[in-house]
Design a protein around this ligand. Structure first.
Ligand SMILES: *Cc1c(COP(=O)(O)O)cnc(C)c1O
Length: 465
């Protein structure tokens, strides 16, 4: 069920770089492929009807049908589980599906979730619109306000949910403090670790219980394949208050002889078993074998890529804060960031590559839009794409793209101004990325009307020095 059977466990402890290349795969097929194969097959042939009966009754582990489980997807699940230090994982079709099934397995109609209001827009839509339709309530709190997390907890609360690094402002969560609130509330802390990746942060080390990823982003890393994954870190004890979690501790009609905890508790993750046998099975957001293969290719270089992404992004951020056309740089690796201290605690290897900066706003919405459009039109290395975590450097304008449905008040709360520009720094040469931004920013200043004349003067002074 996505847990690691003995055969795939390493005989000696594996370091991150070794696990990202080897975990979850044992070459054992007749073909002896050295690389996990793409098992592009909907169904799997049974040796006998008796075997089919045992597989369907979940008495025996094995392949039935690729909506429920696929051998290529299984390698991906085991590999991510090991990188996150988890006990089991479920690969799904997208990050959005990962968030949905992770939370549906915890909260049902009449129950409640406390979530950071800084969440990815798609997750906010899911919680405040679709989950609301289904009678699952969500309260949104400022993720830095610990008293607000505590105050939002109700007897019906079944999960706390936040991102380890939010986007576009790159706010770094005080994960340990929010985990303490979750522990007091007796509910799991679910962390969306998409922007950090398990290389920059093992959320488990700071008290998270469940991790989700949009594998579409850095895990795949090449902008080619949607995917998501839910990982059970094995830290939350669903049997401590069994009446709170009947979906795991009461008789489950889909397995014989009792509950998911009884069936899987000793050897695997009952929670992941629920995610797969109920939510992925019933709703159908399965990860394809081909995409799982692409995501595995990405994982093999995750640490190398994250080192480059992170170092280049910091270099770009440091450049941006010296340019007179730039009003603010929101990068937690900079000492000026309010989240710098959290970054040092929670992201010792660096603060990822998704961050934002603001141009000097004019106060006029149309003029601000034209200013940003002018800048983006001058970029030649960095591409205008609504995605992050790609090998290519990408730019987006939150106020007119990803966050365009937010009210001015919501935008202000999220620290997003009309001239906030999001970057996802890719794997190109950092000097080319910096030069691209310098050319574009200089060009904007040179062609700007009176409102940025001050910046132009400063630019002339700084370049004559
Ligand atoms: C992109 C993203 C998602 C949604 O993932 P998809 O793969 O696009 O469905 C969820 N959370 C975060 C933080 C993301 O960046």
């Amino acid at each position: 069920m996505g847990a690691m059977p003995e055969a795939t466990r390493p005989a000696v402890p594996r370091s991150f770089a070794t696990a990202q290349v080897q975990a979850g795969f044992v070459s054992g097929l007749a073909e002896n492929t050295a690389v996990p194969s793409i098992h592009q097959s909907n169904g799997f042939e049974f040796a006998s009807l008796s075997e089919a009966r045992d597989l369907f009754a979940l008495r025996k582990d094995g392949n039935i049908y690729s909506r429920a489980a696929n051998p290529t997807v299984l390698v991906f699940e085991r590999r991510v589980a090991e990188l996150e230090g988890g006990i089991g994982a479920a690969g799904v079709a997208s990050g959005q599906a990962a968030v949905a099934v992770a939370l549906l397995a915890l909260a049902k109609q009449g129950e409640h979730i406390v979530a950071a209001r800084q969440l990815y827009g798609g997750t906010v839509d899911l919680l405040q619109d679709t989950f609301a339709d289904w009678g699952i309530e969500a309260s949104f709190v400022d993720q830095d306000d610990l008293a607000a997390w505590q105050a939002a907890v109700r007897p019906t609360t079944r999960a706390l949910f936040a991102e380890s690094i939010s986007n576009p402002i790159a706010q770094v969560l005080d994960l340990g403090a929010v985990a303490a609130v979750a522990r007091r509330a007796g509910v799991p802390l679910v962390i969306d670790n998409t922007v950090a990746t398990p290389y920059l942060q093992r959320a488990k080390d700071f008290g998270a219980d469940i991790v989700v990823h949009s594998a579409t982003k850095f895990i795949g890393g090449h902008g080619t394949s949607l995917g998501g994954v839910v990982v059970d870190l094995g830290t939350f004890d669903f049997t401590a208050e069994p009446e709170r979690w009947p979906q795991l501790t009461h008789t489950y009609p889909r397995v014989p002889d009792g509950s998911l905890v009884e069936r899987f508790g000793a050897t695997a993750s009952p929670y992941i078993a629920l995610v797969k046998t109920k939510y992925v099975h019933d709703l159908g957001p399965s990860l394809s074998a081909f995409n799982a293969f692409q995501l595995l290719q990405g994982l093999e270089t995750l640490d190398l890529r994250m080192e480059r992404h992170t170092a280049s992004a910091l270099a770009v951020a440091e450049f941006l804060q010296t340019h007179p056309a730039v009003a603010r740089v929101h990068h937690p690796g900079l000492a000026s960031s309010p989240w710098h201290a959290n970054a040092q605690t929670y992201l010792p290897r660096g603060a990822s590559s998704v961050f934002a900066f603001d141009l000097h706003a004019t106060g006029d919405a149309d003029a601000d839009f034209r200013l940003v459009e002018d800048l983006i039109s001058r970029l030649q290395v960095i591409r205008l794409v609504a995605n992050i975590g790609d090998a290519r450097s990408l730019v987006a304008h939150p106020a007119s793209m990803t966050h365009s449905h937010m009210s001015p008040a919501q935008l202000a709360e999220a620290h997003i101004s009309p001239t906030t520009i999001r970057l996802s720094i890719g794997l190109e040469d950092a000097r080319d990325i910096v030069d691209d931004l310098r050319r574009a920013l200089d060009g904007v200043v040179a062609s700007a009307p009176a409102e940025t004349a001050g910046a132009e003067r400063q630019l002339a002074e700084s370049s004559s020095r």
